[in-house]
Design a protein around this ligand. Structure first.
Ligand code: DI6
Ligand code: FE
Length: 405
């Protein structure tokens, strides 16, 4: 028997569609996990006879799509609070990385954690995101840096999806830094992950996309391109940590490979912005990493906007540059620090975040055929989502058409 139709009425719908249309006295019909109809309540289709709606009167509340955190490294063990203390005393992130701390410090903690320990360390961070109305999360590997430890991270991400009401997309980021086994042999490392680890983990169904840290302290453009070629040969989409600390030209190469997204982009140029726009590659901005690193070089927002690039924002949840589990705080920082408008911030955690994960056909807007993942908010205006700092105005989360407890 077909699942019952549910009517969600008397709501202000922030559809997050291409024109960011708001429907003041809106209603939605859902069936099972999908949206069947969205529109003004006055135009609501009549209930088919014998199939009465299950009705939910939302009392005029604001409703958005479920939020999407499209860039996280939330599966990890340990913390790097000691490094944060060093950075407060003036040591730089790059210096700490070059002296064997940074990503390698977390790598040691992850290698030493059992699958159960890794799951238990990561679950509270995921729960914190979900409490704010996040229904889709991307999680990267990149702290294992051996085949079994990268597999352990990706399996942990899949296990979190089984345990919590969330859609998780996994990204393979073994090209995060060169591990000790390959010191001085970055090219050999890239060949190993591209030719051996990537096909092995992909055949286990553990990889949804492939990422690389293309940076002066990471991998060169040529190395990144070899990895991308291997990913594309397996029909896996690619994305890149690009132009975060310097401009290496990664964005230009990534857009030639039709990357889903280029992320960070503090040092991107107007030419990079134009390349992103014409390739349809999403610019994912990570304002919390910018804040925590006390950087002074901002992404070229005006150029990105002028080029018509799709802008997303994400928490970057990681133990080094962004120990953060709040997408609402990300919206606040995206607006205040980078100068995004409230509307751009909302599009950045819904429609454009979905595009950054290749999910635009399924998630990120309130429209017929999209997943019935949405959030009902205790706010008087939708701008409040990026306005509060540390206050959570989430009222109710509906995931796959069901109200979460
Ligand atoms: N850029 C980031 O923001 C994270 N990784 C990356 O390549 C930070 C990773 C870390 O410091 O642990
Ligand atoms: Fe990152």
């Amino acid at each position: 028997m077909a699942e019952a139709l549910k009517l969600w009425r008397n709501a202000q719908l922030a559809t997050c569609d291409d024109s960011m249309r708001v429907i003041e006295r809106g209603a939605m019909l859902t069936r099972g996990g999908r949206i069947e109809w969205v529109g003004a309540e006055a135009n609501l289709p009549a209930a088919p006879s014998g199939d009465p709606y299950e009705q939910h009167d939302l009392g005029g509340a604001w409703l958005t799509p479920g939020l999407i955190d499209c860039h996280t490294h939330l599966v990890f063990a340990g913390t790097r609070a000691g490094e944060y203390a060093q950075r407060l005393r003036g040591r730089s992130y790059a210096e700490i990385a070059r002296s064997g701390g940074g990503i390698l410090a977390t790598m040691r903690a992850v290698r030493g954690a059992s699958p159960q320990e890794l799951f238990e360390a990561s679950a509270p961070r995921l729960q914190a995101l979900l409490a704010e109305g996040v229904t889709t999360v991307e999680i990267k590997s990149g702290y294992g840096l051996t085949l079994p430890d990268e597999a352990k991270m990706l399996r942990t991400a899949r296990a979190l999806e089984q345990a919590y009401p969330v859609t998780i997309k996994t990204t393979f980021l073994a090209a995060h830094t060169v591990p000790p086994e390959f010191t001085g042999r970055a090219d050999a490392y890239i060949d190993t992950i591209a030719k051996e680890w990537l096909p092995a983990l992909h055949s286990e169904g553990l990889i949804d996309a492939v990422d690389v840290f293309c940076e002066s302290i990471g991998f060169s453009v040529a190395q990144s391109e070899r990895l991308f070629d291997a990913a594309i040969a397996l029909k896996l989409p690619v994305k890149m940590h690009a132009e975060q600390l310097t401009n290496l030209g990664g964005t230009q190469m990534a857009t030639r490979h039709r990357a889903l997204s280029c992320d960070h982009l503090e040092y991107a140029t107007a030419a990079d912005a134009a390349a992103l726009a014409s390739a349809g590659t999403v610019a994912v901005l990570l304002p919390i990493a910018f804040y925590c690193l006390a950087d002074d070089h901002k992404p070229p927002i005006a150029a990105l906007r002028a080029a018509g690039t799709s802008l997303a924002i994400a928490s970057d949840c990681n133990p080094g540059s962004a120990p953060a589990t709040s997408l609402l705080l990300t919206m606040s920082m995206g607006t205040r620090l980078f100068g995004l408008t409230s509307e751009e911030a909302l599009a950045g955690v819904t429609r454009n975040a979905a595009r950054a994960l290749g999910l635009q056909g399924e998630r990120g807007t309130l429209a017929t055929g999209q997943a019935a993942d949405f959030v009902i908010w205790n706010v008087g205006s939708i701008e409040e989502l990026g306005y509060w700092i540390g206050f959570n105005p989430r009222r109710t989360v509906v995931r796959a058409g069901r109200i979460l407890p």
